[in-house]
Design a protein around this ligand. Structure first.
Ligand code: SF4
Ligand code: SF4
Length: 179
């Protein structure tokens, strides 16, 4: 993982303090956010620990763990916090910063984001078969989850052919900035 320097770490911590209400120092480590998180058992750092790491300015430790990349943005943690801290927004913000600084620890997750953005840039909306093919090519596991994909297709949960949105050129220009 590409480490960020102390100045950038300070900047990210300060931005979280300044722009996300209320102050993260209101967290008193009750653990309610973690108790409700569906992924807490697979995270290397649990949501309450992420908050503690931000307070301690240990941003590199967060970037080097799997938590922010696996987060589903389901917002259960935020809804359970007695102090009203928006943990889900903090997780998303940290993920964006990691992306901007090319600090993504998990190569395949980075590839997933790239493939997803590319598909949005091309079609203007998600196209699952394209996403699966793209990821399988990148990972070298060409037939990974194919049985699952065929089952989903058979049940018409996803469409075989992509749909295009109107005026997707504008969207494509936005997407290019992040690739
Ligand atoms: S629920 Fe809120 S106060 Fe409790 S540990 Fe999580 S962030 Fe801190
Ligand atoms: S938003 Fe992320 S951290 Fe919060 S409960 Fe959902 S998966 Fe867990």
């Amino acid at each position: 993982m590409r480490k960020i320097n102390n100045n950038l770490s300070d900047k990210i911590r300060d931005e979280i303090i300044n722009f996300i209400e209320p102050d993260i120092y209101y967290c008193y480590q009750c653990g309610r956010c973690t108790a409700g998180c569906p992924l807490a058992n697979v995270y290397e750092y649990q949501p309450n620990q992420i908050i503690r790491l931000v307070q301690a300015n240990e941003i590199n430790s967060i970037f080097d763990s799997n938590s922010i990349y696996l987060c589903l943005s389901c917002e259960i943690c935020s809804s359970r916090c007695p102090q009203g801290i928006d943990i889900a927004a903090i997780m998303s913000y940290l993920r964006i910063k990691s992306w901007e600084n090319r600090s993504f620890k998990e190569k395949l997750i980075a590839e997933f984001y790239k493939a997803f953005l590319k598909i949005i840039g091309i079609f203007g909306r998600s196209y699952e078969p394209g996403l699966i093919l793209n990821l399988n090519l990148v990972s070298g596991k060409f037939f990974n989850d194919m049985d699952l994909a065929l089952n989903i297709l058979r049940k018409r949960k996803i469409k075989l052919f992509p749909e295009f949105v109107k005026d997707r050129k504008k969207l494509s220009r936005v997407v290019k900035k992040y690739l």
